[in-house]
Design a protein around this ligand. Sequence first.
Ligand code: PNS
Length: 167
Amino acid sequence: MPGRLHRAVCPGSFDPVTHGHLDVIEKAAKLFDEVIVGVGVNQSKSRLFAPDERMDMLTRACAGWDNVRVDGFTGLLTDFCLQHDIDAIVKGLRAVSDFDYELQMAQMNSSLAPVETVFVPTSPEWSFVASSLVKEVATFGGDVTGLVPDFVRDLLVERLAERAGGQ
Ligand code: PNS
């Protein structure tokens, strides 16, 4: 329908994907005809998982939603939006503390391209879940079951063991 938003991107680093991310992707899949999960692969932060590994995990985790696909992007998110005819960027808000930076990014992105950011509140059960914290807990032997899909937990434990063993 003209004037409506059809295709959205859920961007992120997803290192690794958590149930918090999947909650937002599921909400986006209900709101939009098509959702592309955009895995940012050019950030300077060191990553535990390579871009292909993060994309593979997302592809598996999103397999149940037939209007969701996974892609990687380098450079500006707005360039990716223009290249793929994306009308909206969907971002989850876990708490008010997320809002300041997300608003700044949304305003910057809409100054760069005709793309709107749509904020969706994360379900409260995931409000404390972040990839960085999941990795920290798992690094020190904590159980992250229930915070990430089981196959992601297993890959995380395996990768951390490899790192600890110096492999
Ligand atoms: O999961 P993250 O690390 O919060 O994801 C951040 C991401 C990838 C969404 C953000 O860093 C991004 O959009 N990077 C692409 C580069 C870009 O467009 N920068 C300008 C943002 S206003």
